[in-house]
Design a protein around this ligand. Structure first.
Ligand SMILES: *Cc1c(COP(=O)(O)O)cnc(C)c1O
Ligand code: SF4
Length: 442
């Protein structure tokens, strides 16, 4: 099948073809909506934007943010730097350098100093999970859980906008030694052939759908043509539906992208679009609904996931609405994550007990069709750990936890217990319950 226009007709009348425009530290002050903010607010955004990556775009600004409720608007908080993302001492240090110096070198030096104090490499990704082939390490590939291999194509290591809370922030500011990135699919294919336990390949980034369709197609076609019978599923992890839905409708290579999707499903593979939605508003525009519809017409399935984030989506009603809306649009709720222990966790983090309460409150109010979602889940070094709840056992208040995925598959689905801690944000802050010295997986 040729990748010409085999995509479905656009359901809604699309009147315009929006052109992507990025807003960053360099030009955000030009936005009329930003000019209404005070000089102090703008300077604070600049201070934080020098430490953390900052990029948003015209779709987010014009269609998603409700400017009447700025600075408290959740989608504003999602892509614009917030003063409290830096602790007061870090903020003051960075602000002082910006006030007193125009030396690029000094600014960068301070930014990097602060960055290294923000636990830039939390989940041990640099030391673990990088596979080898014939003694050589496979850069751009991560293989942690038996069935699924992660693939970081080199041209997909950026996004249509940056989420303020993103755990991949070091990669976007260039302090990451792990420039996960791979150019050649040949090694990857050889690796998959050697590992018949791999049923899924997950394209990730950044956002792989930042790539031109032509580039993405070279990777995908190579996989299809390699004839890998054990490979059942191609997953694409993306936030393009939320941040740039025109990728699937009116962009010059949108039809070609949908034709590529069709090609995957017609080859008998499952195509799973793992779509990151953080707030229900991201599901409400005509542009996103049209994009979802067009993806579904290719036979691909959209699954949804997001972390629970303070100041953005830490209310049960937000999740109820999000899951209901997703199911209504034919998407499958998949994961609710916990904010990782990096970057601005002190501002965005939600304590585990609250994350569980939010999950439970929201889950209670949706039908079984939304209850495919699992969470709250922490992606830690040993595996994905789900908080099942809080319970009194033998007079001790404990967290009940379990692995949804484990570095060792034998750990999966075994309940275990940790001492209750109402402030704990992450697994490494938890202690085993009942006076035990270690968790069973340690
Ligand atoms: C989450 C994750 C996967 C995919 O796990 P599923 O539960 O199959 O969605 C694969 N690799 C890594 C490193 C992950 O964190
Ligand atoms: S789109 Fe995904 S990878 Fe990109 S900044 Fe947001 S969370 Fe991070």
């Amino acid at each position: 099948m040729e990748t010409t226009n085999t995509a479905p007709n656009i359901r809604f009348l699309t009147i315009s073809r929006p052109k992507y425009k990025a807003y960053t530290l360099q030009n955000f002050r030009l936005l009329p909506q930003i000019q209404k903010l005070s000089e102090e607010q703008k300077f604070a955004m600049e201070v934080v934007g020098h430490v953390f990556p900052f990029k948003t775009n015209n779709y987010v600004v014009e269609e998603l943010i409700n400017w009447d409720s700025v600075p408290n608007d959740p989608v504003f908080t999602l892509t614009f730097p917030q003063r409290e993302m830096l602790t007061p001492p870090h903020f003051e240090k960075m602000a002082a350098v910006l006030r007193n110096s125009s030396s690029k070198h000094k600014i960068k030096e301070m930014a990097n100093k602060i960055r290294w104090e923000l636990n830039p490499h939390p989940a041990g990704q640099m030391e673990h999970n990088i596979p080898t082939l014939k003694g050589e390490t496979l850069e751009g590939v991560q293989h942690k859980y038996k069935e699924t291999v992660l693939f970081f194509p080199s041209q997909g290591q950026t996004c249509h906008a940056y989420c303020t809370f993103c755990f991949r922030w070091p990669q976007f500011v260039g302090i990451s030694e792990l420039k996960f990135a791979m150019r050649e699919t040949e090694c990857l294919i050889q690796y998959i052939r050697k590992h018949p336990e791999i049923s899924d390949i997950l394209f990730t980034g950044g956002d792989p759908l930042i790539m031109k369709t032509k580039t993405l197609a070279t990777y995908i076609k190579a996989l299809l043509e390699a004839d890998l019978p054990c490979l059942q599923t191609i997953r694409i992890g993306t936030k393009a539906l939320a941040f740039w839905p025109y990728k699937f409708s009116t962009d010059p290579d949108a039809d070609e992208l949908l034709a590529l999707f069709t090609r995957v499903t017609q080859a008998g593979k499952h195509l799973a679009i793992m779509s990151h939605f953080t707030h229900p508003r991201e599901l409400g525009t005509e542009a996103v609904q049209e994009a979802i519809f067009r993806i579904q017409e290719t036979g691909a399935q959209i699954r949804t996931q997001s972390p629970v984030i303070a100041h953005i989506n830490d209310q049960p009603e937000v999740w109820t609405e999000m899951w209901k809306e997703q199911v209504k649009l034919g998407c499958v709720p998949y994961y609710m994550f916990v904010m990782r222990n990096t970057g601005a966790q002190h501002y965005f983090g939600v304590p585990l007990v609250r994350a569980w309460k939010i999950f439970r409150e929201a889950y209670r109010k949706v039908s079984g069709l939304s209850r495919t979602v699992r969470g709250p889940s922490m992606s830690t070094i040993p595996g994905k750990v789900q908080v099942l709840g809080v319970k009194e056992v033998k007079g001790e208040r404990v967290f009940v936890l379990r692995f949804l995925q484990g570095r060792n598959p034998d750990w999966v689905m075994r309940p275990f217990f940790a001492k209750y801690d109402k402030k704990a944000l992450w697994l490494d802050e938890l202690k085993p319950a009942f006076g035990e010295k270690k968790f069973f997986f340690e």
